[in-house]
Design a protein. Sequence first.
Length: 154
Amino acid sequence: MGDTRNLEIRVEINDEEKYIQFRDTGIGMSKAELIQNLGTIAKTDTTSYLSALKEGKINLIGQFGVGFYSTFLVGKKVMVISKSNNDEKQHIWISESAASYSVEEDPEGNTLGRGTIVRIYLKEDSLEFLNRKKVAKLIKRYSEFIDFPIYLHQ
């Protein structure tokens, strides 16, 4: 577990830059894991994704899938910053419009210690997720069975 022993999730809203961010202190992902776990989703347009889903070529039950893919429904850009406990380097995965992505070493170095940040830059029609009261209500409703504390930055 390294220096970060407590497992938690922190949610932050940035009104100026119009994003919502989720940070966890979990195991994080290496560059290879970012490509393997998120790259397939970003390379698949919505029609192909739904078609593959119908044909059973994609399994949504698992660590990643429809939950992550849904970030593109509200976000014009999605950034995932992750530091695996098994990797010395922290990486940034970025995708716009779910059509392509890039992965690079984080120029700021290891700022996480361990864990992942998912930052969703919201589309104009999804700015309702900048409303802290709405987000707090959604967190309370959909995280009842999460074993780890979830903090909403006020």
